[in-house]
Design a protein around this ligand. Structure first.
Ligand code: SF4
Ligand code: SF4
Length: 426
């Protein structure tokens, strides 16, 4: 077996609890589009029973088709951790080391550092058809795929240059886990978060040294490296949460889900000291508004018809309500909830040539709904859902934080909490 790491105890997943109802199979988005996939029941609890008797029952190619979307877990009435069982089996029994392609796509910090340094050249090169054909043939990255463009100015650099000093003026602080996408590709989202939190009366700190959450390392089988990064991040989170007293917020549902749930469930990295204080920014803000501690004031002339797409990991967390409730507070914003369906990309999964048709088949009902809806934009909390929707439809996609920041009346919101603070101290 390639991965020697076995810190994870597979019995924790309670596969014995399966009552064989097959509901999970009805909810799995891969089953209807790829006949080679045995489905969650067979790949999960049924397969686990067999694999524990004889590891030869491990079918690497079949289990690789799982998107790790966890929609089966959400549907399961017996709370079997089906997705975890499948991923843990892939970790435990994998016989082959990851391909060069998988190592490149999983190492987001290394690739991001290089690509953002040479952003204009890299962005032009990966957009050229001959380059896409070469990547398709040599690396097996499907030629239909477009990589998100890299930013020449990383978020961390922007923050140090333009925002860090200002944050010292705030008494109340949060720390921001920005993730690779914000740092290397789309710093605007991080800037929107800082704008929103500052208007709400919170200074934004960064972690001492943040590393990629490791979701792509896990899905591509680089478990040792994922575990090392998870340990590093948990230590950094502890420093900010326990030592500084800052709660931690993020703008990526995938980063937050990985840190909270995949670290202990798949990597065996203990995170109980930081888990509850690490959450999505929309959940943090919603709780402030809901408890009456914060009032957000929005521009009077804002108008938009926006549809919300629920990422799979938001479905699993049960947190889309926080993002949609905040968006609904914007007067002039008409919010439509799209049917909760997987978009098919699952991080790096949909970029792989062998998965392209499955990914697009999974996402097709969602793409059709979007194309038929006449929306100004799509809102979603996951960056890879954004890439997939923008690659597969004519829509543009924004994180709810950016929509809120755009619609916010910053001065009016700031004046309100400043008045409240003055009232409390007088
Ligand atoms: S995690 Fe998603 S793709 Fe994998 S078995 Fe469950 S529902 Fe199917
Ligand atoms: S939904 Fe749960 S209980 Fe039903 S077959 Fe699937 S794993 Fe078993």
């Amino acid at each position: 077996m390639w991965n020697k790491q076995k810190t994870f105890n597979i019995s924790d997943n309670n596969f014995e609890q399966c009552v064989k109802c097959t509901i999970c199979t009805a909810y799995c988005p891969v089953v209807p589009v790829n006949p080679d996939y045995p489905g969650p029941k067979q790949a999960g609890p049924d397969g686990e029973r067999l694999r524990l008797k004889d590891p030869d029952f491990f079918d690497e190619e079949a289990l690789k088709l799982c998107l790790n979307c966890k929609r089966c877990e959400v549907a399961c009435p017996a709370e079997v951790k089906i997705g975890d069982i499948i991923q843990a089996a892939r970790i435990k029994y994998a016989s082959k080391p990851p391909k060069l392609r998988d190592m490149i796509m999983a190492n987001t910090d290394i690739v991001g550092t290089f690509a953002s340094t040479f952003a204009p050249i890299v962005n032009t090169a990966v957009g050229l058809k001959p380059v896409q054909r070469i990547m398709d043939t040599v690396l097996q990255i499907d030629h239909h795929r477009q990589f998100p463009s890299y930013s020449g100015l990383r978020f961390e650099t922007w923050y140090k240059k333009y925002a860090a000093k200002e944050q010292e003026k705030f008494e109340k602080r949060v720390s921001y886990f920005h993730g690779c996408y914000v740092n290397y590709n789309f710093p605007q989202l991080g800037q929107d978060l800082v704008k929103l939190m500052n208007a709400a009366g919170y200074g934004v700190d960064l972690l001492e040294k943040e590393k990629c959450c490791g979701v792509a390392l896990i899905s591509n089988g680089l478990i040792k490296q994922a575990t090392k990064q998870a340990r590093h991040n948990v230590a950094a989170l502890k420093k900010t949460i326990v030592d500084k007293g800052n709660p931690v917020i993020a703008t990526s549902s995938t980063c937050i889900f990985t840190i909270r749930d995949e670290y202990p469930h798949l990597l065996g990295v203990e995170n109980s000291a930081v888990r509850e204080q690490t959450e999505l920014a929309t959940r943090f803000l919603f709780r402030l508004v809901d408890s009456g501690k914060l009032k957000l004031v929005f521009k009077e002339n804002y108008e938009a018809r926006i549809a919300y797409h629920t990422p799979c990991h938001m479905e699993k967390l049960g947190w889309s309500l926080y993002s949609t409730s905040l968006l609904r507070m914007i007067p002039g914003l008409e919010l439509i909830l799209l049917d909760s369906q997987c978009c098919g990309i699952a991080g790096t999964y949909g970029f792989k040539k062998e998965n392209y048709l499955t990914a697009q088949g999974v996402g097709e009902p969602l793409f059709n709904q979007i194309e038929q809806g006449d929306f100004d934009c799509i809102a979603t909390d996951c960056e890879t859902c954004k890439w997939q929707i923008e690659m597969s439809t004519s829509a543009t996609v924004q994180n709810p934080i950016s929509i809120l920041a755009d619609a916010l009346d910053v001065e009016a919101t700031r004046t309100l909490w400043q008045k409240e603070k003055a009232h409390q101290t007088s």
